[in-house]
Design a protein around this ligand. Structure first.
Ligand SMILES: [Zn+2]
Length: 65
């Protein structure tokens, strides 16, 4: 054993957490890193995760120009 621990992540390196990509999915009522803003049937702007967008056929808003 040489004890060379080269697999330890360097400080200040790649961030593990990406808070900006996590939002609260209003459909299954939990946080998801795949959530995108969508409009519900009443026109309110809510976040829905990928699974819920597929399940409820929700189109994400904000990407449209
Ligand atoms: Zn969801």
């Amino acid at each position: 054993m040489t004890g060379a621990e080269r697999q330890w992540p360097p400080a200040g390196g790649k961030a593990v957490r990406e808070p900006s990509s996590i939002a609260f999915c209003a459909w299954h009522e939990a946080y998801s890193n795949t959530a995108r803003p969508v409009r519900d049937s009443s026109g309110a702007r809510l976040f829905a995760c990928l699974s819920c967008r597929q399940a409820y056929d929700l189109a994400p808003i904000g990407d449209e120009s």
